[in-house]
Design a binder for this molecule. Structure first.
Ligand SMILES: NC(=O)c1ccc[n+]([C@@H]2O[C@H](COP(=O)([O-])OP(=O)(O)OC[C@H]3O[C@@H](n4cnc5c(N)ncnc54)[C@H](OP(=O)(O)O)[C@@H]3O)[C@@H](O)[C@H]2O)c1
Length: 347
């Protein structure tokens, strides 16, 4: 099969389409022929190894790929001497996918060959930027409804896990509350804005100037251009702040919380991450609570999102589609923050 493979950390140029062995499903796995995969900022971070904490956390805690990548079209990577944290664990990136079940392992009961599915294969060690990938049956994989294209379905999983679990589960957003989504114009943010609006909140979306019009079009009541205004200094207070691009100290952000508000940090700088990880301590004094949001990959959440999308309550915002041969360009667009919504790679 063809796959976008990298052998080292670096810019998109380290990514090449190679012929590699097609993985064979284990007893508990489904082999999916990928039709579309979507790019998350996390893919860029894993590609480049930046910020470094992603790399350290990934090396220590993230699952090993279940299938070795054996390339038949490229010379073996030069055996450069590398440190523990500088050897990429994942050669084929990509978590979000939509495609058709090609084969199933002996113990698989939930899926049948030929069925259209979508989901997140991160738990199996990624690999969606390829023509085929094996996904454990218990992973976040669900039937794809015919009403959604492969591209739309591939746009949903990871971004919507963060958004749904942030807005519905951890934020417990209720009608009349004020919700601010920072990094609202990205993959996860566009879902979060729509969900917060659906749950009856007054929604403020913060992002760069090119994304504000789109944010209004998907339901943001107010928009803030972060290049012109610092939301932590405008005197407004919010019941829930969901932060996809945390670059301020959590102590600054807390100024913008109501007394019982909650700040959920999902992505951003290493400093903000460590501060949020100490959330219960940080929350001890002052306004509201500070929490790090670690999204779980859940099949039930995929099913919820499908219901919402089919009902028209939430729309996946798709920026552009790229062929597999331009996977590097697709990653660059996300990494350089040029996308309006989700970037898709089609096979
Ligand atoms: N917690 C978890 O479980 C989990 C799981 C997966 C991913 N993540 C993380 O979640 C984050 C968001 O992912 P994503 O796929 O939605 O990323 P994305 O599509 O790149 O969106 C990020 C958005 O933030 C904006 N932004 C950048 N700097 C900003 C600033 N200072 N203030 C406000 N907005 C700013 C970007 O727009 P500009 O064009 O203006 O820069 C972009 O629209 C990533 O860091 C990812 O690693 C977390």
């Amino acid at each position: 099969m063809r796959a976008a493979v990298r052998h080292e950390f670096g810019p998109p140029e380290v990514l090449h389409v190679e012929h590699v062995d097609t993985p064979v499903p284990a007893d508990d796995e489904v082999l999916v022929r990928v039709h579309a995969a979507s790019v998350n900022l996390g893919d860029w971070e894993i590609l480049t190894g930046e910020p470094p904490y992603i790399n350290v956390l990934g090396t220590l805690f993230a699952p090993r790929p279940r299938h070795p990548v054996v390339s038949s079209s490229a010379p073996a990577a030069s055996p450069r001497k590398r440190g523990w944290f500088s050897t990429p664990k994942y050669k084929i990136l990509g978590g979000d996918l939509a495609g058709r079940v090609e084969a199933i392992g002996r113990k698989v009961t939930r899926f049948r060959p030929g069925e259209e599915v979508f989901g997140d294969c991160g738990i199996a060690g990624f690999g969606a930027f390829a023509e085929y990938v094996c996904v454990p049956e218990i992973a976040a994989l669900a039937p794809k409804p015919a009403s959604l294209s492969f591209e739309q379905a591939a746009a949903i999983p990871q971004a919507s896990f963060i958004a749904l679990q942030g807005i519905r589960d951890k934020g417990r957003v209720r009608p009349g509350q004020k919700v601010l989504v920072n990094g609202a114009g990205g993959g996860a943010g566009t879902f979060a804005v729509q969900l917060a609006r659906m749950y009856g909140a007054e929604v403020t979306g913060v992002d760069g100037p090119t994304k504000l019009e789109m944010l209004r079009s998907i339901g943001a009541h107010h928009v803030i251009d972060y290049t012109r205004e610092d939301f932590t200094r405008n005197g407004q207070r919010y019941d829930v702040i969901l932060d996809m691009a945390a670059h301020r100290s959590v102590f600054e952000v807390r100024r913008s919380l109501t007394r019982n508000g909650v700040y959920l940090m999902a992505g951003g700088s290493g400093t903000a991450l460590w501060q949020s990880a100490l959330g219960p301590l940080v929350s001890w004094s002052g306004n509201g609570r500070v929490r790090m949001l670690l999204a779980a990959l859940r099949r039930e959440d995929l099913l919820t999102m499908i219901e919402l999308v089919e009902a028209g309550a939430v729309v996946p915002v798709i920026d552009r589609c790229y062929p597999l041969t331009e996977a590097g360009e697709a990653l660059r667009r996300v990494g350089h923050k040029e996308s309006l919504g989700k970037v898709i790679i089609t096979m």
